[in-house]
Every structure is written in C-alpha cells, then in structure tokens.
Design a protein around this ligand. Structure first.
Ligand code: DP6
Length: 353
C-alpha cells in the first residue's frame, strides 16, 4: 500500500529582509522579517509526499525530475521533526498505520527557475513540510509547521501563509519562538501587485546561506542593521500594511533592500548581488515615482540580480507599462555592456499577490 498527499506552496518575497543567523543549525535569525506571498498560480512548488513499505529503505527526494541528496542536515531536520509529530499521534491511537516508520518518497516541481534568487528554497521547503504534514494527517497549524520549515530554509517559514507574513525572530535558544505569523491576509490589500524582472535565470554566485554567514562574521554595518534599522523597519512595515499605506510600504521596502545590499557590500570580501540591469531597474522605478510625485512603485532584490517591483493595480499602466518599455530599451543596451546570455534571459511577468 502506498500512502500519498500533495500540496503546493507559493514563493514569498521579503520586504523586510532576513539576513544573518544567530544559530546556523536551527536557522535562527538575527532579525525579524516580513514578506508578501505571491500568487500560487504564478510562482510555486508542487510537492507530493508518499510513503510505503514497498519503497527502497532510504528517503528519496526528486526536484524537477532530478534526484536530490536527502542526507543534508536541513532536510533531515524536517523529516525528523515531522516523523516525531506523527509518532506521537500514532502512540495515542493504536489504529493509525505506523507511517512514521516507512521510507518517504518526495516529488517536487517548480514552475520557475531554481536558485535564481527567486526564493525557490522558500517554496520548496514549505511545500515539503506541508505535503508530509498532510500525508501524516498532523493537526498542526501553519505557525507550528513554520517552526519545522524554518529548519529547512529560513525564508520557507513565511511561505506557509498567504498574504503578508512576519517571521518573528524569537529569543529562545531552542528556536521554539522563532515562528511565522500572519500580518494580514492577501484579501486585506487586494490591489497589491508584483512585477518580477528576471534579469538572469543563472544560478546565483554566493548562496544566501554562506553569504549571510560571512556578513555576520565580517560586517560592522550589519550590527547596526540588526539592532537599529530592522526593528524600526519592522514597526513601520507592519503599520503600513495594516493601513494599506502604499507610500510608506514602498519606501520601507526600497530602504530595506538598499540596507541589505549595503550590508552585502560591507561584507569582506564584498558580495555583489545587483548587476547593471538591476541598477537600471532601480532608476526606472525612481523615475516613475518622481513623475507621479509620490511612491507608486517599489523595488526589492534578494540574493540575486532579479528585481521584484511592488505596485497597486490602478497604476499598472504607469508601472508595469513603463518598466516593460524600459526593458525593451535595456535589452539592446545590455547586450553591449553585459553578457549576452543575461540579455537573452531577460523576461518579465506580472503576478497577483
Ligand atoms: C535575501 O532563506 O534562502 O532572500 O535560511 O540559509 O536557507 P537559509 O537562507 P534563505 O535566505 C533568504 C534571504 C533573502 C531575504 C529574505 O527572504 O528574507
């Protein structure tokens, strides 16, 4: 007999960035963060979890049809935590099949490029954890599951919710209070839109995991960011979301992205995630806001050159239209100054939140 359950998890894009770990083993962050979860139909991971006594003894994981190593500490931590929860309900109910003892077979598919700075690990681990939780019929809330997904990849804990999500850093050493909570559902601010500019679908240079480790070890600016800048941005961002105040939301989003990339530059040796196209995208957004006389568009960049531009639906023509127009122009310009491959990869799509 094969037991099986499927789920999807969406990508989330942080507007207050997670960067730095106080405990790299448990993925406990040095600061809290906030993200917007993007619509599942556009960017998501679909995962099926199955278990059976007829499967080969060891757990297996297939991502986009490629076999992945499941022996890594992060995947193992998720499997272990979920098996533990299942075995406790099995212990309480002798009629339940002993699924916790069976090997797992996980099959995942992304509908976007993996590891291109498009938060693939976030959707990936969130889907993995939820699929196994469904398979095991665990009575766990998204916040409880966020504690497990966090151990797979920090940002994954935020992808267990839709809409606007905060990851509270917590203070406990065992990580039991480092959890994701909903700030507001997507329906609270239905006019929010995001434009993704895929500047390069290449695998990124420095992974976020190792990048943030080097930052913590070498950047002094980082201290100030974690202690002063982020707490201020957290409070401002949660208020902006509650009040649906796009100007405030946009300004904090852009300052956050800039603060994070400044800390990357202050890391030694420096980490560069933004390229010339990313910088051109920043200038396009600044022009749009200048012409509008207020903030109607906000850029943000994660650990890669791709831009995400937040805007409200009513401004679709001015924002998405102008950015796409500028991209056409960039295309020619870019192929002269930047590698042709990146120019070829240039792509944009609008997604609803
Ligand atoms: C820049 O969650 O990928 O996207 O916990 O090591 O897996 P690990 O890191 P990861 O880092 C994401 C960093 C970021 C900002 C963010 O999503 O908050």
């Amino acid at each position: 007999k094969i037991y099986q359950a499927s789920t999807t998890a969406p990508v989330n894009i942080a507007v207050v960035k997670y960067w730095g770990k106080r405990d790299p083993k448990l993925n406990l962050p040095t600061n809290s963060s906030v993200s917007v979860t993007l619509s599942q139909s556009d960017l998501r991971t679909h995962t099926t979890a199955a278990c059976s006594s007829s499967f080969p003894q060891s757990d297996t994981l297939l991502l986009n049809s490629e076999n992945q190593d499941t022996s890594g500490a992060r995947t193992q931590a998720c499997f272990r935590e979920l098996r533990f929860l299942r075995s406790s309900i099995e212990a309480a109910d002798p009629f339940l099949p002993k699924l916790s003892a069976l090997p797992l077979k996980i099959v995942s598919e992304n509908n976007f490029p993996t590891a291109a700075g498009l938060a693939s690990s976030a959707a990936g681990f969130a889907a993995l954890v939820r699929a196994i939780a469904n398979l095991y019929e665990l009575p766990a809330s998204p916040t409880e599951l966020s504690r497990i997904a966090r151990q797979g990849s920090g940002s994954a804990c935020r992808s267990l919710f839709g809409g606007y999500v905060a990851w509270q850093m917590g203070t406990k050493t065992d990580g039991s209070d480092s959890l994701a909570v909903e700030v507001a559902p997507a329906s609270h601010w239905p006019t929010m839109r995001a434009l993704i500019l895929v500047v390069s679908a290449e695998k990124k240079g420095v992974s976020s995991t190792s990048g943030m480790q080097i930052t913590v070890a070498t950047s002094e600016l980082f201290q100030r960011r974690a202690e002063v800048v982020v707490p201020k941005h957290m409070a401002e961002m949660e208020e902006a979301i509650r009040n649906k105040d796009f100007e405030k939301f946009g300004q904090v989003t852009m300052k956050e992205s800039n603060s994070f990339h400044a800390v990357c530059l202050d890391t030694f040796p420096p980490i560069f995630y933004l390229n010339d196209v990313s910088k051109a995208a920043i200038r396009v957004v600044e022009d749009i806001n200048k012409k509008a006389g207020k903030t109607i568009a906000a850029y943000t960049f994660d650990a890669g050159p791709n831009a995400v531009i937040y805007y409200e639906e009513e401004n679709i023509a001015v924002v998405a239209g102008v950015v796409k127009g500028a991209l056409g122009h960039l295309d020619g310009w870019e192929s002269r100054d930047i590698s042709a491959q990146e120019a070829g990869d240039l792509d944009s799509r609008a997604v609803s939140v």
